[in-house]
Design a protein around this ligand. Structure first.
Ligand SMILES: Cc1cc2nc3c(=O)[nH]c(=O)nc-3n(C[C@H](O)[C@H](O)[C@H](O)COP(=O)(O)OP(=O)(O)OC[C@H]3O[C@@H](n4cnc5c(N)ncnc54)[C@H](O)[C@@H]3O)c2cc1C
Length: 296
């Protein structure tokens, strides 16, 4: 196995163009497990750790530009106000050691349906900026996941930055597991309220072949909130609306039975998380005088 160590982004793109089968390695918390278990024996490893720009982030007017290799710990420490859903999701990843190494670029690279960043990215609204020597392109997060552990990257492309919409309202993330830490999600759910556009977005993890949004549930809730004037009057969401939303989230899931849980349990748990998160985020929205301050 050859180890390629580009010193710059341009060198990394050139190396990936020359060796499209080279496996990029960032934190290595997925790649090294696969190599250690002999699930993968790539001809080339492409080490991205000397590339400073992948570890940088920038808070813009509407978006956060998150370098692919920014570790979860940095997101939790420095981007909690701008990306509350992703910060909560980061908290649930593994252990402090893994969170110091692993990042969103690696989670996207692996594209496991159980990856914790995905529901938060789907709910917040994100675009993945990928680049090759041929140029760069932006992939909407909904189009990034193409199958079980498959993504929309071409063999010569690398993930450069994830552009995530800054929170304009409360966000939540929760995950069901067999214990509180070091656990792969049995299923997970993320919710973001977007008062600016009067919309709600969701993300479901570990309950379908890919991370997904519950689009029917979003459309139902958006219409119900608009119809009832909820965004303006800040009234408590009625139990029947909350139940219908939860049922539609549950219905959007397309899980399997596996060692971590049954399909039936996952569907049920997605509904519970959806209803709870709607209650929590809506309370935050009401309590904050319907401004962003309450989301932090
Ligand atoms: C003990 C343990 C517990 C874990 N628990 C969790 C958990 O609770 N939740 C969770 O979501 N994950 C968990 N993971 C998995 C892992 O930590 C995450 O998926 C993490 O986000 C991977 O990031 P990384 O930088 O380490 O990726 P790496 O291992 O370096 O790479 C992962 C994949 O992404 C590709 N890649 C990396 N960077 C780029 C790039 N810039 N462009 C293109 N491709 C790229 C790699 O080639 C590889 O295919 C756990 C792992 C371990 C070992």
């Amino acid at each position: 196995m050859d180890f390629l160590r580009p010193a710059s982004w341009e060198e990394a793109l050139a190396a990936k163009a020359e060796h499209p089968t080279a496996v990029p390695i960032a934190g290595g918390t997925d790649v090294m497990v696969e190599i250690n278990f002999d699930h993968r024996r790539p001809e080339y490893l492409l080490d991205l750790n000397r590339i400073e720009l992948l570890r940088e982030w920038e808070v813009g007017e509407e978006n956060v530009r998150l370098g692919a290799s920014v570790p979860y710990t940095r997101i939790m420490e420095s981007l909690r106000a701008e990306l509350p859903g992703l910060a909560l999701a980061s908290h649930t990843v593994a252990s402090p050691q893994i969170r110091n190494r692993g990042g969103v670029g690696g989670n996207l690279g692996t594209a496991s349906p159980a990856g914790d960043a995905h529901p938060a990215l789907l709910a917040a609204g994100a675009e993945v900026e990928v680049e090759s020597v041929r140029g760069s392109r932006f992939i909407p997060i909904d189009e990034f996941y193409t199958g079980v552990k498959r993504n929309a990257l071409q063999p010569d492309e690398l993930i450069k930055t994830v552009h995530i919409k800054k929170a304009d309202g409360p966000q939540q993330y929760s995950k069901v597991g067999t214990r509180n830490a070091m656990v792969i999600a049995v299923c997970a759910f993320g919710l973001a309220l977007h008062p600016e556009t009067r919309t709600v977005r969701t993300g479901i993890g570990s309950a379908a072949p890919t991370p997904i949004r519950a689009k029917e549930a979003e459309a139902f809730l958006n219409a119900a909130l608009e119809e009832g004037g909820f965004w303006d009057n800040g009234k408590i969401i009625t139990p029947s609306i909350a139940k219908q939303f939860a049922d539609l989230c549950s219905g959007a899931a397309n899980p399997i039975d596996d060692v971590r849980g049954t399909a039936k349990y996952r569907r049920h748990a997605v509904g519970i998380m959806a209803r709870r998160q709607l209650g929590w985020t809506w309370e935050q929205y009401r309590g904050a005088g319907r401004t962003l301050e309450g989301a932090a």
